[in-house]
Design a protein around this ligand. Structure first.
Ligand code: FDA
Length: 583
């Protein structure tokens, strides 16, 4: 007979989606088993840009410091260079990831946390370790094979690759976080839009000391325009920093309609030396691999008790750095809902809102990333190299931008414009922080969302319209300074109000006790534990001082009241019950 072990939630995969799901669930006290196919966490650097939303989540879980210790800091991320080779001609730079002084304020104002760069090889062990420390069972060398589900749970069959033995795991819920070739998602036949393998890329990892070539223009990305760099791939040749400034990863495209290239050490060394532009560069190739660029997303993310998160439901090129971030954010959205349903605090309807809230994000980021990759063509057009046949012709065309002629001037202007477009890839703050949810877990107040004052992809505009992410402001007292996000930890609902709204606290205590839901009230004002230190909060909350914001565990606004009503308990109880799909 096959043995069966039991758990509340089974997570398949230890990538950003799976490892973070295990961490979030364990932090909420949910019994969790995480299985993963290989004996290791990510063995290549993979995703690296870690945006503010993700850093806030790490802050919430108490692991932001651990991540920062192993990350390349924000200040070293942003002098993104476009060149003919790292040691060659520079076409220009743009300041990225919010490092432009004019943009930096937006980033600083929006969040308690700045972005950073941490390769997946460093991030995954932090997530797995913290999940394990909080009690998740982590099983390596364990492959998910299949599952069946019934009204009460899911029974998965897994293979212990160490012993070759199969066994069963019986769980209330299953999370398929098994990546772009997800077997869990395939088993559910989730509806998919778009295509896989639309362009070919190769990754080459290598060690070489490039400090002298890049230290004065620190960046995580150096884009190379060379013959061949517009074939396949992610828009252009890329030399990406893994560790400053001696470990690197090159992404170079190939024509996916042809036979896949064989990239041996010799070929890899040649590509590295070409892109760096130093013919006799001392380089150690540490790995090569081929991968396909995808443009595919699921329009529904779960079936019954089985949920998919991460690349299993959104597959796209690394442009905009959204892969790992979105995967972690999916799990952050899902884990508290599973915990609330498992604890009897919410009806099963709450779980439907995972798909309602995250499927639109999946579509948005897949389209954004692919658009960003395509928008490189504007730079090729501006340089006039799109249709060039020979290397000599390409170089001649690029040289034209230096000419003291009207054509030269026109080319310079065109290049400048094309570079401007890259802000949508590298400074898309609105894409990163502006996610707005519409579902039954959001109780709207009928007030329409404020119209964006600036381009909504480039700029994040704080709002407390139900569904929006809680705006950040620094609050606290003479002894401490904390973010509004810190007031609303993951394990609870939080009601934020002001001094004239103090009566909400009593109402919330009653509602929390009656519904059996952890609900804390925080009164922000002088003489209380937290006051509006810089008077920023008053300008952000969009409700009167006696109004209230009901913040969900994932820091999205679930509901708000503009004023204190006659009977705050009834309205609050109604709102929270609706959010939690309680009858
Ligand atoms: P992810 O693919 O990370 O994890 C899937 C997990 O499931 C793994 O732990 C795997 O072992 C496990 N698994 C799979 N099948 C299983 C089974 N049957 N049973 C048990 N476990 C199973 N992004 C980016 O922004 N910049 C980049 O440069 C790159 N580069 C890159 C290179 C390579 C080689 C890959 C594969 C991916 C990238 N990416 C990337 C994409 C980025 O890594 C990706 O968006 C995130 O890792 C997605 O996280 P997930 O957790 O969803 O899947």
């Amino acid at each position: 007979a096959t043995e069966t072990v039991e758990t509340e939630v089974l997570v398949v995969g230890s990538g950003p989606a799976g490892a973070s799901a295990a961490l979030f669930l364990a932090a909420l006290g949910v019994e969790t088993i995480m299985v993963t196919k290989y004996r290791w966490t990510a063995d290549t650097p993979r995703a690296h840009i870690t945006n503010q939303r993700t850093m806030e989540i790490f802050r919430d879980l108490g692991i932001e410091d651990q991540v920062l210790r192993e990350a390349t800091p924000h200040e070293l991320m942003g002098d993104t260079v476009f060149c003919t080779a790292i040691a060659g001609d520079e076409i220009g730079r743009i300041r990225t990831w919010g490092t432009h002084p004019a943009r930096h304020a937006d980033y600083e104002l929006a969040s308690p946390s700045l972005n950073c760069d941490i390769p997946q090889t460093y991030l995954e062990p932090i997530l797995v370790r913290n999940a394990t420390v909080r009690g998740a069972q982590t099983r390596f060398s364990t492959e998910y094979l299949s599952h069946v589900q019934d009204a009460d749970g899911v029974t998965a069959t897994v293979l212990d690759r160490l012993t070759g033995r199969e066994y069963r795991i019986r769980a209330k819920y299953l999370i398929g976080a098994d990546g772009a070739r997800s077997r869990v998602a395939a088993g559910l036949a989730l509806p998919l839009e778009g295509e896989m393998d639309i362009a070919g890329s190769m990754n080459i990892t290598f060690k070489a000391d490039l400090g002298e070539l890049v230290g004065h223009r620190p960046s995580v990305l150096y884009w190379v325009i060379q013959p061949g760099s517009n074939i396949g791939g992610i828009g252009a040749g890329l030399v990406r920093m893994v560790r400053p400034w001696h470990e690197w990863l090159i992404v170079w495209g190939y024509d996916i309609t042809r036979e896949p290239p064989v990239v041996g050490t010799e070929a890899a060394t040649r590509i590295v030396r070409n892109l760096v532009g130093v013919p006799d560069l001392d380089v150690t190739i540490t790995g090569t691999s081929l991968w396909g660029n995808n443009e595919q997303y699921a329009t529904h993310l779960h079936s019954g008790r089985v949920f998919c998160a991460g690349d299993a439901v959104h597959k796209h090129p690394p442009s905009n750095g959204l892969g790992s971030n979105t995967s972690i954010q999916d799990s952050y959205n899902l884990a508290w809902k599973l915990a609330a349903v498992l604890r009897g605090q919410a009806g099963a309807g709450l779980l439907e809102t995972y798909s309602a809230e995250r499927a639109p994000v999946a579509e948005q980021i897949v389209k954004r990333a692919n658009k960003s990759a395509r928008e490189f063509s504007a730079l090729f057009d501006a340089l006039g190299i799109a249709g060039t046949e020979t290397e000599a012709e390409m170089i001649a065309r690029m040289e034209e931008r230096k000419a003291n002629t009207p054509e030269g001037a026109a080319k310079r202007a065109a290049v400048r414009q094309a570079m401007d477009l890259k802000n949508y890839e590298f400074n898309a703050h609105g894409v990163e922080l502006g996610q707005h949810y519409t579902s039954t877990a959001v109780a709207g107040d009928g007030v329409p969302r404020p119209e964006p004052e600036r381009d909504p992809e480039l700029y994040y505009q704080p709002s407390t319209t139900p569904g929006a992410r809680l705006p950040h402001a620094w609050v606290g007292n003479s002894n401490r300074k904390v973010s509004t996000h810190d007031l609303a930890p993951y394990g609870q609902f939080t009601l934020l109000t002001g001094i004239t709204g103090e009566r909400w606290a009593e109402a919330a205590a009653k509602v929390g006790a009656t519904l059996g839901v952890p609900l804390e009230t925080v009164v922000i004002g002088p003489g209380r534990e937290n006051t509006d230190l810089y008077f920023d909060w008053a300008g952000l909350r969009e409700v009167e001082e006696d109004g209230a914001l009901l913040v969900r565990p994932d820091k999205h606004i679930g509901w708000r009241a503009h004023r204190l009503p006659e009977d705050p308990e009834t309205v609050l109880s109604r709102a929270l019950s609706a959010i939690l799909s309680r009858k």
